[in-house]
Write a protein that binds this ligand. Structure first.
Ligand code: NAP
Length: 252
């Protein structure tokens, strides 16, 4: 895998302030990419990510934006273009997860989850695709989850949103590939980030027990998969969803 694939490239990582997104920003900066760190509410965390990107020798900008808000997404892309230049690579990572029982799930919860995880992925992709088409180059990775691939009675909206991200990846990748835009997805298993703060220890222990590798994953292990999918090492792949779950889910 050549780091030359990333030299001088500009990458937008949505939800780059924390967790998996931050690990992606750091990984791609170490590979030589300049990074636009998107965040929603946590500006301090985004600035810390930017400091790490700069420490890795790359350029960084931080951009506040709710990826579910179409106008805000357009403004974000304009800001990045002005401050960094055209966007070559996109990691649609921003996501929300709420642990809800079937009894406490609600239309509001459903809409919040679908709006950020699914509509956000569509809106940001569509806001950057024309500049990728114009330059006949684009690399996109969408963050799904193994929740899309198994039964999740305590996260029905989340599972549905992440399954739809896989369907979006399959269809959009075919629509865009003639412009040398390659799109793939990643489906992580349980990863140690703040998103699982609400998951109780007994559940985590059960998940570890179900995982052949007998541990949960780390954000940098997902960032390495994202790095692979953005690089030319994956040059014959589009529309795929790579599972990184310590063996908890295996696709045929
Ligand atoms: P995290 O630590 O909670 O980070 C979530 C990130 O998304 C933050 O940067 C947050 O920004 C951003 N975000 C949330 N809502 C947003 C919005 N409306 N607009 C823009 N940004 C928004 O979670 P994580 O574990 O790193 O998750 C990253 C992705 O991986 C998500 O798509 C998640 O579904 C997926 N995933 C995670 C796991 C896991 O076990 N951790 C497993 C499978 C898939 P602020 O900091 O500003 O709030």
């Amino acid at each position: 895998m050549s780091e030359a694939d990333f030299q001088g490239r500009n990458v937008l990582v949505t939800g780059g302030s924390r967790g998996i997104g931050r690990a992606c920003c750091e990984r791609l900066a170490r590979a030589g990419a300049n990074v636009a760190v998107n965040y929603h509410g946590n500006r301090e965390a985004a600035e810390e990510t930017a400091r790490r990107v700069i420490a890795a020798g790359a350029e960084a900008v931080t951009v506040q934006c709710n990826v579910a808000d179409e106008d805000a997404v357009q403004t974000m892309v304009t800001q990045i273009n002005e401050q960094l230049g055209p966007i070559d690579m996109l990691v649609n990572n921003a996501g929300v997860f709420e642990y809800v029982t079937p009894e406490t799930t609600s239309p509001d919860h459903w809409r919040r989850t679908i709006d950020v995880n699914l509509t956000g992925t569509y809106l940001v992709t569509w806001a950057v695709k024309d500049q990728m088409i114009e330059r006949n180059f684009g690399r996109i990775v969408n963050m799904s989850s193994i929740s899309a691939l198994r039964s999740r009675p305590y996260g029905i909206a989340y599972a549905a949103s992440k399954a739809a991200v896989i369907a979006f990846t399959k269809s959009a990748s075919v629509a865009l590939v003639e412009h040398n835009i390659r799109m793939n997805a990643v489906a992580p298993g349980l990863i140690e980030t703040e998103i699982i703060d609400d998951v109780d220890q007994a559940t985590i222990d059960r998940i570890v027990g179900e995982t052949p590798m007998k541990r949960i994953g780390q954000a940098d292990e997902i960032a390495d998969v994202v790095h692979f999918l953005l690089s030319e090492a994956s040059r014959f792949m589009i529309g795929q969803c790579l599972v990184a779950s310590g063996g908890r889910v295996m696709l045929p």
